[in-house]
Design a protein around this ligand. Structure first.
Ligand SMILES: [Zn+2]
Length: 500
């Protein structure tokens, strides 16, 4: 089939322009691709090279190939996509070559190195940019802060119970153990684990240990990177973690970096492999103002952020003092109780922990410590400081690092459900539920909408819900009682630091 030969030739031209394919490797790789597609001859007519060099993504070449594999070779869509991932892996430079180029560019500027790996990840289809660009994204403006809200159409929704289960499940011989293990590099994939022939990550040295930096295939924001430990080990928040975060911003000052908390409900979706998330985007919390400056400990300015949940900001040029003060706050918080504010650090298991985030602006480190607690009770079986039940139809997953910083990633089902709401608005409850059973949890929301401009009213409802969820997450509420509690805690931090 001539069309396949042509697409293979186009891929070779594309790889020359986008993926550093060397002239000397072209015949070699074209033959490998012909073999993979069971084609006997290369394409010998003219190719519009200029048009191919201008491509921002490989879709116009690989989508017809994917369709061909399904139509002519009887592959399922999953199988066809895995096949294409393998082909793109062949066309991507070997990990060693990527590492060398990254390191060389890093010496010129960390930003250049970051851009290189980012573009490579898009151009070799590891980040499927066309799919990502279909996600909905808008801003929710409030008097003091602006939240960012996105409906993610490509990532499946997880629930907290499954995430907790993963912590204790026996992985046995599963290989690679998880999506974040370094053994994903070049992995061929199967029905339960994605193909990763085209993933590339670069080595880092953080806190004297080996780590790697890759990009997230879901790209929640610009240059959304994931930093992963060389070993498959549970998440933990302690001084080594804080140290590794600070080392990262020394190496990549163009990025913020943060770690999810190490407990279910308040952590991210993967708790069983140590990893961080970072990137170039300035997330809403990073733009928030200081609400109150408290004191200075060893050249570290300690403030409370004007934010919906409880976030302490540390600012200093002194790395060692920063780690000392941060560790003291972490240790104080881990064993801190405040009955008036419903905070118990421990019942039958540990509840208090922290979500830390670090940035570096010129020579100044800014460390954000979000105080977290994952306790549940009868009234709030999913978490006292988690999204409350009346908001679960919008968001029921754990509020991890990204959301705690004000960028909400909402599930894809909402697009359909919001259309259904428009369809049944004004009907009686029974009729609504009869037509769309999963709108049952939306009935109070539907009742609250005036109905003059439904699209806008739904968006505003979502905006307010996201803000309320962040307030649910706050351990010391922005109320008189909460502020008194916070003041007491921050004083305890100072006293304990003085005793060291
Ligand atoms: Zn792992």
């Amino acid at each position: 089939m001539e069309e396949v030969n042509k697409k293979i030739k186009e891929l070779i031209v594309y790889a020359r322009g986008h993926l550093d394919l060397e002239k000397a490797d072209e015949i070699y790789l074209e033959n490998i691709l012909l073999g993979e597609f069971e084609e006997s001859h290369p394409y010998n007519n003219e190719i519009d090279e200029e048009a191919i060099n201008k491509l921002l993504v490989p879709d116009s070449i690989i989508t017809p190939l994917t369709e061909y594999l399904e139509r002519e070779k009887g592959l399922t869509n999953n199988e066809a996509e895995r096949f294409i991932t393998k082909i793109m892996g062949f066309l991507t430079p070997r990990p060693s070559a990527v590492n060398d180029k990254f390191e060389k560019l890093h010496k010129e500027s960390p930003q250049k190195a970051a851009d290189y790996l980012y573009n490579l990840s898009i151009w070799n289809n590891y980040i499927q940019k066309t799919k990502v660009d279909k996600n909905l994204l808008w801003e929710a403006k409030f008097p003091n802060n602006t939240l960012e809200i996105s409906i993610n159409l490509s990532k499946p929704e997880k629930n907290n119970k499954d995430i907790k289960k993963l912590l204790t499940v026996n992985l046995g011989e599963k290989y690679p153990k998880c999506l974040l293990c370094k053994e994903n590099l070049g992995f061929y994939g199967n029905d339960s684990h994605p193909a990763r022939e085209n993933i590339r990550f670069v080595p880092l040295r953080l806190n004297n240990e080996e780590w790697f930096m890759q990009y997230s295939p879901y790209v929640y924001y610009d240059h959304h990177c994931i930093v992963l430990s060389h070993r498959h080990n549970n998440m933990h928040i302690d001084r080594p973690t804080l140290n590794a975060l600070v080392d990262f911003v020394d190496y990549m000052p163009c990025f913020f970096i943060g770690s999810n908390a190490d407990l279910p409900i308040v952590g991210g979706s993967i708790l069983n492999h140590e990893h961080f998330q970072g990137g170039a985007h300035i997330l809403p919390m990073l733009k928030a103002n200081v609400l109150k400056e408290y004191y200075i400990l060893d050249n570290v300015k300690v403030s409370k952020l004007d934010w919906y949940n409880t976030c302490i900001l540390l600012e200093t040029k002194d790395k060692n003092s920063l780690l000392n003060v941060a560790e003291n706050i972490l240790d104080t918080w881990k064993s801190y109780d405040d009955i008036d504010n419903n905070i118990l650090h421990f019942t039958d298991e540990q509840h208090n922990t922290i979500t830390p985030v670090v940035r570096k602006i010129d020579d100044t480190y800014k460390m954000y410590l979000i105080l977290r607690n994952n306790r549940t009770n009868e009234k709030y079986p999913d978490g006292i400081f988690h999204a409350h039940p009346e908001y679960h139809m919008i968001k029921k997953e754990g509020i991890g690092l990204i959301e705690a910083m004000g960028l909400f990633i909402l599930p894809a089902r909402l697009v359909r459900q919001f259309k259904e709401i428009e369809d049944v608005y004004g009907l009686e409850d029974e009729k609504i539920v009869a037509k769309y059973p999963d709108l049952k949890d939306f009935l109070p929301m539907i009742k609250s909408l005036p109905g003059n401009n439904l699209k806008k009213e739904i968006e505003e409802y979502v905006n307010n819900t996201c803000r309320s969820i962040l307030e649910n997450v706050g351990v010391f509420k922005n109320t008189e009682k909460g502020t008194l509690g916070f003041n007491k805690f921050i004083e305890e931090v100072r006293v304990r630091y003085g005793k060291k």
